[in-house]
Design a protein around this ligand. Structure first.
Ligand SMILES: NC(=O)c1ccc[n+]([C@@H]2O[C@H](COP(=O)([O-])OP(=O)(O)OC[C@H]3O[C@@H](n4cnc5c(N)ncnc54)[C@H](OP(=O)(O)O)[C@@H]3O)[C@@H](O)[C@H]2O)c1
Length: 311
C-alpha cells in the first residue's frame, strides 16, 4: 500500500510516499481502509521530532492521526464494530496506531466512532481531534452554560471552528479572535462578536465567564485577566497553572484531548443535527502529502487541510 512516511525527522521535505505492506490485524485492534485523513499541528510536531521526549515513535513512521474510512478487518476480542462499518477517529502512531496517511491504518477500537451519515469521508476526517478537543474543553472542563459569555481565541482554526459552533449550540454568547481574512467566516459560524487580532484589542478585565484558548503564549496570558473570579480558562496550547489559578481566583486548565468512542458519538450527534458543520479548507491527494503539510504550515487556513486517500 501507499503511505506517507518519514525516515528522518525534519521539514515537510522529509515526507516520502512509500510502498509498504499493509498493517497486519492484531487482537484488540481494527484495520481501517482509509478514505481520508486530515492534518493537525501535532502531525507537524511528530514529523519534526518534537514529540520524541514524551511519546517516542520509531522511524520510519507513517504520519497522521485523524482518519475516516471503512472497517476492513476486526481483531480478536473487538466488540462494537463490524467489517464494512464507516468510521472516523484516530490512528496516530503516538496513540498506538499505524498512522493515518496510508491506504490502510491499524488502530484501537476505542479511538473510533461510527461516521455520521450526512457528511462524506473528507469532511469526517477533518473532525476527530478538533471536534473532540472543542467538546472536551467546552463541556467537560468549562461546563459552559446558556447565556454565559465565552472568549474563544483562534476561532477559525481547526479547533476554533468547531468550538464556536458547539458554544453557540450550548446557548453561550461567543466572542472570538481571528485573522483579518477570517472575520466574515467567524460571523457565519455564529460568533456574536468577532475581533480581528491583528488590529483590535480583546476585552476588559473580568468580562468573561470562560476562555477557551487555541493559540497559547501571550494571547492566553492576556486572556486570563479577562476571566471573572470563579471562572475557567482552558488552553489547548499551554499548561495548567495552580499558582496563577489561586492568584487570579479562576481555574486554569491545560487540556490534553483524548479522542474516544463516547466523545466521537457525542460529536456525531451534533453533526447529524447540523449543529456542527465541518469546514475543509483544501484537499490534497496522498501523493501530495508534502504539499498538504506545507499548506497547513505556511498558509492562513480557515478550517482543516484534508488528504483524500481513496474515492
Ligand atoms: N493538548 C492537546 O491535546 C491538543 C490537541 C489538539 C490541538 N492542540 C493544540 O491546539 C492548538 C490549536 O490547534 P488547531 O488545530 O486549532 O490549530 P490551527 O488550525 O492552526 O488554528 C490556530 C488558529 O489560531 C489563529 N491565530 C494565530 N495567532 C493568533 C492570535 N494571536 N490571536 C488569535 N488567533 C490566532 C490562526 O489564525 P491565522 O491563520 O490568522 O494565523 C489559526 O486560525 C495548537 O497549538 C495545537 O497544537 C492541542
Amino acid at each position: 500500500m501507499k503511505a506517507a512516511q518519514i525516515k528522518q525527522f525534519g521539514h515537510a521535505d522529509a515526507v516520502e510516499i512509500v510502498d509498504i505492506q499493509p498493517p497486519v490485524i492484531q487482537p484488540g485492534m481494527v484495520l481501517v481502509e482509509v478514505k481520508a485523513a486530515s492534518l493537525n499541528p501535532i502531525d507537524t510536531a511528530v514529523r519534526e521530532g518534537y514529540t520524541q521526549s514524551w511519546a517516542p515513535v520509531e522511524l520510519p513512521v507513517t504520519l497522521g492521526g485523524d482518519i475516516a474510512g471503512i472497517v476492513s478487518e476486526i481483531g480478536d476480542g473487538v466488540t462494537g464494530f463490524q467489517v464494512g462499518d464507516k468510521v472516523y477517529g484516530q490512528a496516530s502512531a503516538l496513540g498506538g496506531g499505524s498512522g493515518a496517511l496510508a491506504e490502510y491504518a491499524l488502530t484501537k477500537p476505542e479511538q473510533l466512532g461510527l461516521l455520521p451519515e450526512n457528511i462524506d469521508f473528507n469532511e469526517a476526517a477533518s473532525l476527530p481531534l478538533v471536534g473532540v478537543s472543542a467538546l472536551q474543553g467546552l463541556k467537560t472542563h468549562i461546563n459552559l452554560q446558556p447565556d454565559q459569555k465565552i472568549l474563544i481565541t483562534g476561532g477559525t482554526g481547526g479547533i476554533g471552528t468547531a468550538a464556536i459552533q458547539i458554544a453557540k449550540n450550548l446557548g453561550a454568547h461567543v466572542v472570538t479572535t481571528v485573522g483579518t481574512q477570517a472575520v466574515d467566516y467567524a460571523k457565519q459560524l455564529g460568533a456574536d462578536e468577532v475581533i480581528d487580532y491583528a488590529t483590535q484589542e480583546v476585552g476588559t478585565d473580568q468580562e468573561f465567564d470562560a476562555v477557551f484558548d487555541t493559540v497559547g503564549g501571550e494571547t492566553f496570558q492576556k486572556a486570563l485577566a479577562m476571566v471573572k473570579k470563579g471562572g475557567t480558562a482552558v488552553t489547548m496550547a499551554g499548561q495548567s497553572d495552580e499558582a496563577k489559578s489561586q492568584e487570579l481566583g479562576i481555574t486554569i486548565i491545560g487540556q490534553m484531548t483524548h479522542v474516544n468512542t463516547a466523545a466521537l458519538d457525542e460529536l456525531s450527534a451534533l453533526i447529524t443535527s447540523k449543529s456542527v458543520t465541518p469546514h475543509v479548507a483544501s484537499t490534497f491527494t496522498l501523493d501530495q502529502a508534502k504539499e498538504a503539510f506545507q499548506a497547513r504550515e505556511n498558509e492562513s487556513i480557515i478550517g482543516k487541510v484534508v488528504v483524500s486517500i481513496k474515492d
